[in-house]
Design a protein around this ligand. Structure first.
Ligand code: SF4
Length: 912
């Protein structure tokens, strides 16, 4: 110990706490673990349990394996923290997510722990391992093969943190010299302790040379020749998906599904005949393989590019990472498949350079911004795709990404040196797509391409759209516009400090006028919000004529347009001038182009303001044209928005008419056996159609309860009755329950009534927006069946929870569109029965999606409970019932639901 005590050099203490919950104010410490160390190794350790004086929540017991009896009689948290303070004396503290631990300690000993400088390995990991799949201590320990034998116990976590710190230092020291230098320049003297610590460990002089922030120049992809011309053989397709076919031989998990074969034949015919096709393929049909098999074959034989579009990135990734590799194993073909995302997903090297050199947006250093910048410097040099998905943005990251993502209003295109040098990620991805035979895109990109007249995607005439029930919404978004003061000012701010003269004065005036104009728009929306008591959407049309708040907007928006016009003219004239060359940065050779781009962007914004002013004079007429409205974002930021009222004609003219084959598919497209609704909404009138039921035996695998005696949503008893029902079901099944809501308010109310009751029965209640992100909640649910998971809109689809983990889905309310939504209101105008023509079909398709969460495999068995009495009381209720799979239906009173569900899950259907 003497030898250890005399070792020179700085000392550190890595420490970790286990607590009863996340709030430093109301939760308590239950365990403290700390390791004192230096560069040579461990000097000392400290560890104690503490008695929190309150019961341990179930979720914590599960996490760390401690029980109330383990903690009874241990030192108090005060005693433990006092001992820790002594242990840390003279040392720099280190922790993984250390601000959490410091906050708990500061509640007890503020003099020692409040504002204490500390190194956070979680922050360093995010910076120096930017693309790691997880930055949790557990995952990082696994990644580095660090000994971490007792995760979620304080001493083990502290020791793992110590080891991780040096691994991260090594990762930093391995960075190329130029990157190390940039990291040091950014971090030193900024008051970010983790960054200062790391900067001190780096040594650019001893680092590997090089390290341009831009990736290497791309090589030309090689495009294979088509293998063999001719039409596809439907018999071959059926055999390939047969019991002894290509797929069965390549994938041991492959199951023969006749519905999949039928769909593959229909898609093959659509390719051969140049048809449009609508396919509803129920859950479990295996539609991805059913369209990918003929699509690949077509691309290979005919040398014609096929575009596959999905709504979600999850499905894009599944096609690329799972389905296409299976097909490639089963039948190798000389074709290239690539995924292409919207330009905003790719890092713009030019925008990044400009942002890195700019100071913080506000007057004071912004540590969050600084951390993101350092992370970006490291990642930009490592990534080969520049795809933001690798960074897994969280918190304010998306706000920072806005500054560096490729943006059509701030892209020099071929005039950019990154484009010319073929280093631009966005340009490379598009070039790759141009050389590919199969391009997997998302709807947003597909429709942005259609809207721009085909300037984004390479030419194609064969299209498959999966998750097609989202196509109308995506088309609406693609043709929508939004304008905020922030986006307008960002265009002005991206120009460097300009020499005095007309241009800076014009830009200043435009900024001032816009600030006043958006202030008035904010007041307009806020007044409306105060009147309505909720989210404000102020639709701009003739009805605003007598509104004094709008009259003020009219004046200030006219003034904004008047000030923008000369600013645009001054920018255009500066674009021709030689004098700005030296002042503009980072590409002085493109000063003219920079000014012209800014002029284009401001002119587009002035056009949008003019459009809003013109709409204010228009009568709210039949459903056509555009709808313009103002709303508040994050409670206080005015946003001016426009959206097309109808998209069917544009979809037809801009997209479908250019395709020889267009297949639209989803698990939910038809209503009561008819595609009429989707045909009308999408302009897909002449298509062939096919409805394929799920191969699952819903009658025996699923129970649908429509309980009698359920109070309506206007009844104050409703939330209490739902909470009681969920509690009874969850106790019967031991958790395994998903509850779907249409809004957060209802979710929070039921959550608050359920949590303590179910916790006392050993069942965890997890609520979206309260207990973690969507992915964290799903992971917890998968790993622990004794859980009730509660979610809103994003949980109604795209969730796959096969097996016993999910046995009951409770649906709080029928998912009708929000009646105050401006787009819905505009679409409703002029219709004889907007409810039947729009709201009802939308809600039916959404309910089908929610129902589809239940049965995901042949062995699954479960129940759906619909807690909206309108499904029984109203005449339209039958439309919902008819649209659902042919389950076993039950109409027993609400207080008997849990028993009925329990009997069904246990398999005693005959007793019911
Ligand atoms: S070409 Fe456009 S997206 Fe690419 S680096 Fe240049 S400005 Fe950015």
């Amino acid at each position: 110990m003497d030898e250890l005590a005399s070792r020179p050099g700085p000392r550190y203490v890595a420490f970790d706490l286990e607590t009863t919950g996340l709030s430093a104010r109301s939760d308590r410490i239950i365990e403290i673990g700390a390791v004192k160390f230096d560069r040579e190794g461990v000097v000392d350790t400290f560890s104690t349990l503490t008695d929190p004086g309150i019961p341990l929540p179930l979720v914590v017991q599960r996490l760390c394996g401690l029980r109330d009896s383990d903690l009874a009689g241990q030192p108090s948290p005060h005693e433990g923290v006092a001992q820790l303070a002594m242990f840390c004396e003279g040392c720099l503290v280190v922790g993984h997510g250390i601000s959490f631990d410091l906050a708990f300690c500061a509640e007890i000993l503020p003099d020692v722990f409040a504002h204490r400088a500390a190194v956070d390995t979680s922050e360093l990991a995010r910076v120096f391992l930017p693309a790691a799949s997880s930055h949790s201590l557990e995952e990082l320990s696994r990644f580095f093969h660090l000994l971490h034998d007792n995760p979620h116990r304080a001493l083990s976590d502290a020791e793992a943190t110590r080891r991780l710190l040096w691994k991260l230092v090594e990762a930093g020291q391995e960075l190329p010299a130029q990157v190390q230098q940039r990291v040091r320049d950014l971090c030193l003297g900024q008051g970010w302790m983790s960054g200062e610590f790391m900067a001190a460990q780096l040594d650019p002089a001893a680092a590997p040379p090089g390290g341009s922030l831009a990736p290497a120049v791309a090589q030309d992809p090689i495009r294979p020749e088509p293998a063999e011309a001719g039409l596809l053989d439907t018999r071959w397709v059926v055999d390939a998906l047969g019991a002894d076919g290509l797929l069965a031989r390549a994938d041991p998990r492959f199951e023969l599904r006749e519905e999949q074969q039928q769909m593959a034949v229909a898609v093959t015919q659509a390719f051969n005949r140049g048809q449009e096709l609508l396919v509803e393929a129920g859950t479990g049909v295996g539609k991805s393989l059913a369209y990918l098999l003929p699509a690949r074959e077509w691309a290979a034989r005919r040398g014609e590019r096929v575009v596959i579009s999905t709504h979600t990135i999850t499905l894009q990734e599944q096609l690329m990472a799972k389905d296409l590799p299976i097909l490639e194993t089963a039948r190798p073909l000389p074709i290239r498949a690539v995924v292409l995302k919207g330009r905003g997903n790719y890092l713009s090297l030019r925008r990044m350079e400009r942002w890195l050199r700019a100071g913080p947006a506000g007057r004071h250093p912004d540590l969050e911004e600084l951390k993101f910048k350092v992370r970006l410097v490291v990642w930009a040099q490592q990534t080969t795709t520049g795809d933001r998905a690798e960074l897994r943005l969280a918190g304010r990251d998306s706000e920072f990404w806005e500054m560096v993502g490729s943006n059509v209003d701030d892209c020099l295109g071929p005039a950019c040196h990154n484009w010319r040098d073929r280093r631009c990620f966005m340009a490379r991805a598009r070039l790759d797509a141009r050389e590919a035979d199969l391009v997997v895109v998302n709807h947003a990109l597909l429709l942005a391409d259609a809207d721009s007249g085909g300037t984004v995607l390479p030419e194609f005439h064969r299209l498959v759209v999966d998750e097609a029930h989202h196509l109308e919404e995506a088309a609406t978004q693609a043709q929508s516009q939004r304008l905020t003061l922030r986006s307008l000012v960002a265009v002005i701010d991206r120009l460097p400090e300009l020499p005095s003269g007309e241009l800076p004065a014009r830009l200043r005036s435009a900024r001032q006028a816009a600030t006043a104009g958006f202030g008035d728009l904010r007041a307009l929306a806020a007044a409306d919000s105060a009147r309505g008591g909720g989210t404000a959407h102020v639709v701009i049309d003739r009805r605003q004529a007598g509104n004094p708040a709008w009259q003020r907007c009219v004046k200030s928006l006219h003034k904004t347009v008047r000030e923008l016009e000369p600013a645009v003219a001054a920018l255009r004239s500066a674009a021709q001038s030689e004098t700005l060359q030296g002042a503009l940065w980072p590409q002085p050779d493109n000063a003219g182009r920079e000014c012209a781009l800014a002029a284009d962007a401001l002119q587009g914004m002035a056009r949008l303001l003019n459009q809003a002013l013109a709409e204010a004079a228009a009568e709210p007429g039949p459903a056509s044209g555009q709808v313009v409205w103002v709303e508040l974002e994050r409670g206080d930021r005015a946003v001016l928005r426009t959206a097309p009222v109808e998209v069917a004609q544009a979809l037809r003219e801009q997209l479908l008419d250019h395709c020889e084959t267009a297949v639209l598919t989803s698990a939910t497209l038809a209503i009561a056996g008819s595609f009429q609704y989707v045909r009308d909404r999408l302009g897909f009138d002449g298509a062939e159609e096919l409805i394929l039921a799920s191969p699952f035996d819903y009658l025996h695998q699923s129970l649908c309860c429509l309980p009698r005696g359920m109070p309506g949503h206007g009844d104050p008893r409703h939330a209490g009755v739902v909470a009681q029902l969920v509690a009874d079901v969850a106790e019967t099944l031991g958790g395994r329950t998903l509850v779907l809501f249409t809004g957060y308010a209802a979710l929070r109310e039921v959550h608050s009534q359920l949590r303590s009751r179910l916790n006392s029965r050993g069942i965890v209640v997890l609520g979206q927006g309260m207990d973690g992100t969507r992915n964290q909640l799903l992971r917890n649910f998968r790993h622990n069946a004794r859980t009730v998971l509660m979610g809103t809109s994003s949980f109604w689809e795209g969730i796959d929870l096969p097996g016993d983990v999910l046995q009951c889905v409770v649906i709080d309310k029928l998912p009708f569109p929000v009646p105050t939504d401006p787009i819905y209101q505009a679409r409703s105008r002029g219709r004889s029965d907007a409810f039947a023509q729009l709201a009802l079909p939308e809600a039916v398709l959404r309910l089908k999606q929610g129902f589809g969460r239940l049965v995901r495999g042949h062995g699954d068995r479960g129940a759906v409970v619909i807690c909206d009495p309108r499904i029984l009381d109203r005449s339209y209720g039958e439309s919902f019932v008819q649209a659902l799979p042919r389950a076993t239906f039950n109409y027993d009173p609400v207080d008997e639901v849990a028993e009925v569900v329990g009997r069904f899950i246990l398999g005693r259907v005959e007793e019911m």
